[in-house]
Every structure is written in C-alpha cells, then in structure tokens.
Design a protein. Structure first.
Length: 394
C-alpha cells in the first residue's frame, strides 16, 4: 500500500493539480469493458505448485486479512483477529502482519505462535528497509546490491532455520509491491532502466537485481530445508513509475521459486483520491498479472477503500462489486483475497479503510463473504506431490 505523507503532498502540489486536470479529461473519454467485452485468460486445469505449498481451492477463494495491527503491535494479534472474525462472521484463512526490518530483523516468533494457536496461517510480509516511512527513495542499508553481496545472508539463514523449526505451514512475501517506487526495493532505486552495471545487458538492472535477490532469499530457505513456506511474489496494480522496464514480469524470480502471485487492488486511499471501482483497477492490470505465469494462482493480497466523500453507499457498493466479480468468475486465476483492515495512519478519520468504517460497508462485506465461495479452511500440497496441484492434504 502506498502512503503519502504531508511533506510529499506539499512538495508535489503543482504536479498533483496538473494530474487531476488531465485525469478529468481522460475520464470523460475512457470506456470500461463490459462483462461481454472482458477477455481474460482461462485458469489452467491444474496450477503448478511446489510440494508443501498452499493449494488453491478448486472452486472459490480463500479469505484472509490484515487485522488492523499498528506498527510493532503484535502483542494483541489474537484479540485483533478474533475481533475481525466477530465483525465479519467468518474465520480467516490467513493472518497478515508485517516484519519491518527498520524495527527488527528477528524472526517474529510470538506472532507466528499466536496465529498458529488459533488455527490460522501466519502470512509474514518482510519489509527489508532501515526507515519506516515511504517515499524516501533508496534505502541507505538494505539495497539490492548489498543483498547480492551477501551482507544479510546470516540474518536470512537465522530466519530460515527458525522457519524450519515452526514445522507448520507459513506464508512469506519478501519486499511487497516491488513495482511501486514508494518502497526502496523498487527498481528505480536499485539501478532503474540502466542495463550495463549488472547481469544481462539486455535487462534493466533494477528489476534484475530484485529478481536475483528474491532467488537468493528462497535458495537460503531451500538449503535450510524450510520446506513448509509458501512464497508469494507481490506486485501493485497501479505501478510507479509507469515505464516499460518497471513491468511486473521483469521482477519475477521464476516458477521454480514462487508459489502464488499476489497483487494489491485499492480504491481511494486518502481523501481526494480519484474514486475507482475494484474492477476498474483490476481490469487494467489483470492480463499483465496473469501473463507473469499462467500456471500460478493469483491472490489479491491487499484490497480496500475509504468511504466515498459524498455517497454513503459508495464503499458498500465498491465491496459488493469486488466480491461479486470474483464469484462471477471474471478473474479465474484469483483464488484468494485478503482485506486490508486498517484505520488511518495519519489520524484523519476520513482515511479509514476498515470493513466497519460504516455500517453499510460492514454489512456489504459481512453479507458477501457468508457465501460458501469464500473459504476459511486451507489445503496444502502433500509432501510427496510435486509440480501440480492435486488432492488436499488430510
């Protein structure tokens, strides 16, 4: 999720005004695809997965969430999970939380243990950075080049060793929303479009460095035989910068490394954002997303919006459309969703993304996911299976 601080907004007021004016012109000319015009690749009969990975349901989608966990506040993770499940009336498949290296590089034992005790899957978002704020450019410590030099291999080996001892399935994503320059691991801050300073001279150095770093991370886990980790490659549906070298596929580590492809699909995040529907955002990126690997299941690992500034039913309709579009099969590769259930990070009550930011929004979400299409129980590939999704583990 991209977050815009007040300083960033003040510095970019002229650009924002120009962008808004252009956007108003483009909106008048834009034509969204109708259901009959929407042409998307069909899902494969069988998804390609590694042994031990989270298996996509044959029908329906898993439903997880980030249950409103402020930075560093993992003490109350169990109570937050229970509170969200009471709100929505349905158990979560997984529970997302952040492991922000600006605060600690240690394996998050307490959070993992609490989530497993509840019978949910821990979903760990590793944020390799030394500063917690976004939109700060390159990180002074955790550059992709420094990862490639092996400076953090010891940290990763400790992580992998502890992940192995958990001996239960967990999900990890390393450096989420990589195609967004609000994060320091984006290619812009690690070589950008330059091609002569690293690796293949035909490939942009920024994305290529990230690809090789993620491979390095997973190889360390493989060496440690931490085999019960499901790996997610997480991109954003609204990339920045909008350049050819920043395309999603350029960052992809490869099918032999990744189990699921994750994507963030947000509507308006702050007051004043243009109001986009869920399908308008996903339609613009879905085919590119699936083309990364047609054999991998897709998870919408973050989705949410704030309340509409003038329409009391705006957020409720946004949620209803999102859930309906998935049930209707408009996006057949999508086999999991995860709501970003968070209050404002600026203190502005109008910036509330939670499902209960209004009774209308809560009713829309709660009623929608009661359908059996939205699944709480998870299935994993049997250890003896390789390559393709088969029967769920007992």
């Amino acid at each position: 999720m991209r977050r815009f601080g007040c300083g960033w907004i003040r510095q970019n007021i002229p650009a924002l005004v120009s962008a808004v004016a252009l956007m108003l012109v483009l909106v008048g000319c834009a034509k969204r695809p109708s259901k009959t015009e929407r042409v998307v690749p069909p899902a494969p009969e069988r998804f390609s997965l590694r042994a031990g990975a989270l298996r996509p349901p044959e029908k329906g989608v898993y439903q997880g969430a980030f249950p409103d966990l402020p930075k560093g506040d993992l003490q109350n993770i169990a109570s937050n999970v229970r509170a969200m499940e009471r709100l929505t009336g349905k158990n979560l498949t997984w529970v997302q939380f952040e492991n922000d290296w600006a605060e600690s590089t240690e394996f998050p034992w307490q959070a993992v243990d609490e989530i497993l005790k509840m019978g949910r899957i821990p979903y760990i978002r590793i944020l390799p950075r030394s500063r917690t704020d976004q939109n700060l450019g390159a990180d002074p410590v955790y550059t992709m080049e420094n990862f490639l030099k092996g400076y953090f291999d010891d940290v990763l080996r400790q992580w992998a060793a502890l992940a192995k001892t958990v001996d239960q399935p967990i999900i990890i994503e390393f450096a989420p929303e990589v195609n967004g320059n609000w994060y320091p691991w984006n290619g812009q801050w690690n070589g950008g479009a330059e091609t002569a300073q690293y690796g293949d001279p035909q490939l942009a150095d920024g994305p290529e460095r990230f690809r090789d770093v993620y491979r390095r991370v997973i190889d360390i886990f493989k060496t440690a035989r931490a085999d019960k980790v499901t790996w997610v490659f997480h991109v954003d549906s609204q990339p920045q910068p909008k350049e050819e070298w920043n395309q999603m596929a350029h960052y992809y580590p490869g099918d032999e490394y990744i189990d699921w492809i994750g994507v963030s699909v947000f509507g308006a995040q702050v007051p004043g954002d243009y109001w986009n529907s869920f399908t308008a955002v996903l339609d613009n990126t879905y085919n590119e997303l699936v083309s990364i690997s047609p054999l991998k299941p897709v998870a919408i690992v973050e989705f949410a919006t704030i309340e509409h500034p003038s329409d009391v039913m705006g957020k409720a309709r946004w949620i209803q459309e999102a859930l309906f579009s998935l049930q209707a099969g408009w996006y057949p590769h999508v086999r999991a969703i995860s709501y970003w259930h968070e209050r404002s990070w600026t203190g502005d009550p109008a910036q509330n993304l939670r499902v209960d930011s209004s009774l209308n929004a809560l009713d829309a979400y709660r009623n929608g996911i009661q359908n059996d299409f939205f699944i709480g129980d998870a299935f994993f590939m049997k250890q003896e299976q390789t390559g393709e999704a088969g029967a769920p583990s007992p």
